[in-house]
Design a protein around this ligand. Structure first.
Ligand code: HEM
Length: 448
């Protein structure tokens, strides 16, 4: 510690008695493997989102009431625009640093979701979700859903053509709910589509409710990580079931995390200078009746968009209610996907009859069920995501869009189960060759 820092610390310690708990925190051990940094990337991206979001909120108008734009942008000068869109044009063209902040915010939102998805993949593939970390796994799924909701509400706020198309799809989805669809849509939108309430409501959720919930759940998630300690990749140097080997928070991990923050800030700023993330000049304001034939949601919603595009336009009666294609593809399908994600740790535990706590990570090929689940489940979602580009594929290849849609319908039913079965067999044979069985994987009591 530098003398100045030590002096400050001593003076605080005299008043707040920091030394004992402080030493515990400073000596907390962090694993060395880079894969453990993905959670930190998500955390730091969220901090960037909040900081840049505060700046944007000072200039954004959460309203669709018409306003005449009088600023410098020659594309829109003198035009009457929805208030939200006008404020985004003003922010981008007339406020110093506005465009830079908008782009950093966009870039950070992509990084936030991408790092959460990769972090989740690491957790699933390596089995970090097993007892005692199931609670954190489930809190993680809540964080994933909250990040999707933040992305969707954020993408809607500029009220441009893409935002309007997304909001219209959300309205149609609500309408398709059996029995209560029209009342639900009316309640959420405060009237018929699009109405004037949806933007102020999405704004409140985007800047207040969702970040508040994310902070609360994230804090709990991190407190649990600290309490349970991290898992360990297998190592000859240490018995990972009983001990944690890694860098202490001070100074080693502190240096790693600071370097990560600086890189993240640098990359996001550079990307903001180079990449025009959805600048308002590229898309027009949303006016009811206008649709764009190039509407593409954010990448992390592709799987849902793909399901909506390829699900057959059916309508049938079930237990006295009318069930439509959009309801099955847009509500039942994602509910099933989330339910599978939630249930997987229990399924694996029951399948292998596992008991006790697990702290050492695994190669997914050592657990045939997990290899099958991960490849089939994520393979299916990737195919769904690819199906969201059926119009682009059709334009590029000149194959009729109906043929491409049928390809995705058949491929999504056949390929993921085939890959899952193949990987199950391959990893089972691998285990047999090594003379191992999953039930024999070590299983221990609490860590020292
Ligand atoms: C806002 C989103 C999230 C943030 C900021 C976050 C942050 C973190 C951090 C910093 C760690 C410790 C380092 C590491 O293990 O990578 C961690 C661990 C963990 N996270 Fe997350 N996480 C998020 C979402 C998720 C999701 C979506 C899941 C799974 C569905 C998840 C499940 C877990 C589990 C099980 C651990 C303990 C892993 C271990 O010790 O190996 N988290 N998280």
């Amino acid at each position: 510690m530098t003398p100045l820092f030590a002096l400050l610390f001593d003076s605080l310690d005299e008043r707040l008695r920091l030394r004992a708990p402080g030493r515990k925190v400073v000596n907390k051990v962090f694993p060395e493997h880079w894969a453990f940094l993905l959670g930190e990337v998500a955390l730091f991206s969220f901090v960037v989102l909040v900081l840049t979001g505060v700046f944007l909120t000072m200039f954004y108008t959460p309203s669709v009431d018409p306003v005449t734009y009088t600023g410098e942008n020659p594309l829109y000068r003198g035009q009457v625009l929805p208030g939200a869109f006008e404020s985004i044009v003003r922010l981008s063209s007339d406020v110093d640093g506005g465009l830079l902040f908008r782009r950093i915010h966009r870039g950070a939102s992509h990084l936030f979701v991408a790092s959460i998805v990769l972090h989740m993949l690491r957790v699933i593939l390596t089995g970090a979700f097993r007892r005692p970390r199931e609670i954190n796994y489930h809190l993680g799924i809540v964080l994933l859903l909250l990040s999707f909701a933040s992305g969707f509400t954020g993408q809607s706020l500029p009220y441009d053509l893409l935002a309007g198309t997304g909001i219209r799809i959300a309205y149609t989805e609500l309408l398709s709910t059996p029995f209560i669809g029209d009342r639900l849509a009316f309640w959420v939108f405060g009237g018929d589509f699009p109405g004037t309430d949806v933007i102020p409501r999405f704004f409140t959720f985007h800047v207040l409710a969702l970040p508040g919930l994310i902070v609360a759940v994230m804090t709990l998630h991190l407190v649990i990580v600290a309490r349970q300690t991290h898992t360990q990749f297998p190592s000859a140097r240490v018995d990972g079931h009983r001990q944690v080997l890694g860098k202490p928070l001070w100074p080693s991990q502190f240096h790693v995390s600071t370097t990560l923050v600086l890189w993240l800030g640098g990359v996001l700023t550079l990307a903001a200078v180079l990449v025009p993330w959805s600048d308002e000049a590229l898309v027009a304001p949303y006016l009811v009746g206008d649709i764009t034939n190039q509407a593409q949601p954010e990448w992390f919603m592709f799987w849902l968009e793909g399901a909506l595009r390829i699900f057959p336009p059916v309508e049938f009666s079930l237990l006295g209610m009318t069930v439509s294609g959009p309801f099955v593809a847009g509500a039942l399908f994602p509910a099933l996907i989330i339910a599978l994600l939630v249930a997987y740790p229990t399924i694996e535990k029951r399948f292998y009859g596992l008991r006790g706590d697990w702290h050492v990570l695994q190669n997914p090929l050592e657990i045939p069920l997990r290899a099958a689940f991960a490849s089939g489940f994520f393979g299916f979602l990737l195919l769904m995501a690819a199906a969201a580009t059926n119009d682009i594929l059709s334009r590029l290849t000149s194959v009729p869009i109906e043929a491409i849609t049928w390809f995705f319908r058949i491929a999504s039913l056949v390929l993921p189960p085939a890959v899952a079965v193949l990987l199950y067999r391959y990893s089972s044979a691998r285990l047999r060759r090594a003379g191992l069985r999953v039930a024999r994987v070590e299983n221990t009591a609490d860590r020292a």
